[in-house]
Design a protein around this ligand. Sequence first.
Ligand code: SF4
Length: 402
Amino acid sequence: MLIKLFISVEKLLINPFNLLFFNVSRETIYLMAGLYVHIPFCFSRCGYCDFFKTTQLRSIPQFVENLKSEIALRAPDFNYQINTIYFGGGTPSLLKPEHLTEILNAIKNFFLISDKVEITIECNPDDLSASYLNEILNRGFNRLSVGIQSFNDLDLQNMQRRHNSHQAKMAVDNAIKVGFKNIGVDFIYGLPWSNRQSFLENLAAFQNLPVQHISAYHLTIEKGTSFFNLKRNGLLNELNDVESLEQYLLLCDGLGKAGKVHYEVSNFCSPGYFSQHNTSYWKSVPYLGFGPGSHSFVENKRFWNKSNLKQYLIGRFDLLHEEETLSQADRYNEMIMLGLRTMWGVNMEDCNNNFTEYFQGFNQIAEKWIDRGWLTVLNNYLICKEEHWFQVDRIIEDFLIC
Ligand code: SF4
């Protein structure tokens, strides 16, 4: 049975954001949801990457078979209409178009899919020949997320990326030529060896790129990466705080001048081109994840597959499953963490209605940061100012309930 919500059109129109998730033309409105598919395969390992991945490419055919089984197994318990599908990794563009079609067909067989579904695939630039792009466009993918990271070849070599800046430019050119109209790219800044000049040159290349979405992440050095080993041996260190903040502010300014809307700490888009999938996460829309290392969120419950490819390949999904039910305090903390990281902020009326017991404390902390000039209130939403997003974790920490 599909979950039905009977909501007046009036209420929907209060928050235009809701229109992303509900089809107001129908009397009965089905709650929208997302699907995430984790493809954990990579040709090689980038120096900074701590995502769950493997270079064991010979396992891909068995992995695809088991992915289809997992989709069939989990689908009956997830009665939502699917508004977004996201293939992340790893490197999903390593999969042959035939494998991608098999997975998409399995999803279409078992779920009710919105006719406006956003289907994103994460890609490495060196996989994106015109013919591959043409194949995946024709097979239903309508949004690309391309891991460019930098247009500086020295940066790419230092990060142990497989591609070079020429391949990155070609990937975007090819995508536009074959007809993709919704292209996102990733950009890593705050590189330890960068300076103001090299950063500005790189930023200019991203500013001039004819794409609709840019995700920009400051490099962090995480345990289990080759960068971490270099750091431990004193051979690499994070960029200092002053330069990091300077790059962030230049980034906000530069992408703003290029016409991009800064809608989340690390995400910028042309007007109207929000990543619907990621935005769903920040708005606590339900989602279901498939593949080892994937996470799901449904009705106050988080559950996930452990990052174990071996068990996944023998089909022991039961051994991989872990879950937790969110407490009232967990849900409050999530609302703060997710809301203050976006331009939409935290809905203060919802906060009062859903977390009455915490609302007095919420107001006191909010006032403190408003007085300091870091937060502001607009139409009853508590919002973090863009220039303070870089340090938003300091504010969030103040609100959290232990
Ligand atoms: S950054 Fe992407 S391509 Fe590089 S190792 Fe990580 S998942 Fe693979």
